[in-house]
Ligand binder design. Structure first.
Ligand code: ADP
Length: 216
């Protein structure tokens, strides 16, 4: 069963949609042999700071070990559970096209489809969410005189956030690894989101499901 790769700007609402998709699929697979998994930076305790290349000079970027290690951890977690009976929702930035290609190949290797769920959100809106989180953490520090609360979602340092937006590689549905591509936007209401999830389900598990051949 498929690997569903979320992609979108930082703080654009990816985890919110991933949870909604998880609820939707939980209901859809009830009573079937399928299993469902949600893999994310949070489920693997990966800090937002691993993506912080804002202080690393361009020529040294490939040597950035922390993001590489994070990707290895995510890859391992996906690989461990992905099979023809397991649906995996990968909630994360997934902003590098080469990385999405790698995940697509991994799915193909276990003869299961992959698809992309793009979370559309304006840069301004996403930035506002991050700024609100930074203010929340700052207020907590001032009040408690301690660290930001650990039970809430971590904010990105502003330069890290900007840099991630700059590096973001939009999915291209003309490529094999970014298709099929489904999109939900911030403004989509429950009904619209359900329609998108219905077509996603149809593409990956319904009658129209593409049979994966090893040499395809
Ligand atoms: P990300 O996973 O991309 O960092 P989150 O899903 O954690 O983003 O969402 C960031 C914040 O925005 C959360 O407080 C969430 O409740 C809110 N949010 C996300 N999507 C929506 C939406 N479509 N409408 C309203 N609020 C949203």
């Amino acid at each position: 069963m498929p690997l569903i790769i979320l992609t979108g700007l930082p703080t654009s609402g990816k985890s919110t949609r991933a949870k909604q998709l998880h609820d939707y699929l939980t209901a859809r697979i009830a009573g079937t042999k399928y299993r469902l998994h949600l893999v994310s930076d949070d489920s693997l305790s990966i800090s937002r700071s691993v993506y912080d290349l804002s202080t690393v000079p361009v020529h040294a970027r490939s040597a950035n070990a922390s993001e590489k290690n994070a990707r290895a951890a995510i890859y391992g977690a996906v690989k461990r559970v992905l099979s023809d009976k397991d649906i995996v929702i990968l909630d994360g930035l997934n902003y590098i096209k080469g990385w999405r290609y790698q995940l697509h190949c991994e799915a193909k290797a276990v003869r299961t489809p992959s698809c992309i769920l793009q979370i559309g959100c304006s840069k301004e809106r996403a930035q506002q969410v991050n700024e609100d989180r930074l203010k929340r953490d700052q207020a907590a520090v001032e009040q408690e005189g301690s660290e930001a609360p650990s039970d809430t979602t971590e904010a990105y340092a502003p330069a890290n956030w900007e840099n991630l937006v700059f590096r973001h590689e939009e999915p291209n549905p003309m490529t094999r690894w970014d298709s099929p591509l489904f999109t939900v936007i911030w403004e989509d209401d429950e009904e619209q989101v359900k329609r998108t999830f219905d077509s996603l389900w149809e593409a990956i598990a319904g009658e129209g499901r593409k049979i994966i051949k090893p040499n395809q």
